[in-house]
Write a protein that binds this ligand. Structure first.
Ligand code: PNS
Length: 165
């Protein structure tokens, strides 16, 4: 049985992530979508909220399991008997950091292989940060995230605006 891990912040999940989840899940028996915390990013949704949104979006993919992880990604992968880590590549700008990360991860755990999947060209421009910015400025995000994510994001931004600065 082949298990793969697709890690990310998913703050929130976008159609670009979903495209990679569909591609990756067709290559393994089980795909773990592993939600982690990136200390260099200020998350809008907490991990439980992000997991709940992903679960709503991947309901029809029978071999996808949504999970959380902390600490080293390769340690998590090893604990779960996963020997493949999937990463989505959008543009050349992703390559540099992903190349470095993949080499560090190989150094830490040679048995875990990183596999890069090219996102659909339709989503090559897409990132969670951009979606949040566009939504915050009143732009249309319908083509970027599923309806349930759009609804929760608008609600979250409304709450954030009501918070005293
Ligand atoms: O790019 P993202 O989506 O913000 O990534 C978030 C996450 C949590 C997947 C990423 O920060 C990560 O892999 N963290 C694990 C830390 C780790 O293993 N570091 C060593 C390799 S450089």
């Amino acid at each position: 049985m082949k298990t793969g891990v697709y890690p990310g912040s998913f703050d929130p999940i976008t159609y670009g992530h979903l495209d990679i989840i569909k591609r990756a899940s067709s290559l393994v028996d089980t795909l773990l979508v592993a939600v982690g915390t990136n200390p260099s990013k200020n998350a809008l949704f907490d991990v439980d909220e992000r997991i709940a949104l992903i679960r709503q979006c991947v309901g029809d993919l029978h071999n996808v399991v949504v999970d959380r992880f902390q600490g080293l990604l390769v340690r998590y992968a090893k604990e779960k008997n996963a020997n493949t880590v999937f990463k989505g590549l959008r543009a050349v700008s992703d390559f540099e950091i992903e190349f470095q990360t993949a080499l560090v991860n190989r150094e830490l755990e040679p048995q875990v292989e990183t596999v890069f999947l090219m996102t659909d060209y339709k989503y090559a421009f897409l990132s969670s940060s951009l979606v949040k910015e566009v939504a915050d400025l009143g732009g249309d995000i319908q083509k970027m995230v599923p309806p349930c994510v759009e609804k929760e994001l608008q609600e979250k931004l409304k709450q954030a605006r009501m918070m005293p600065k």
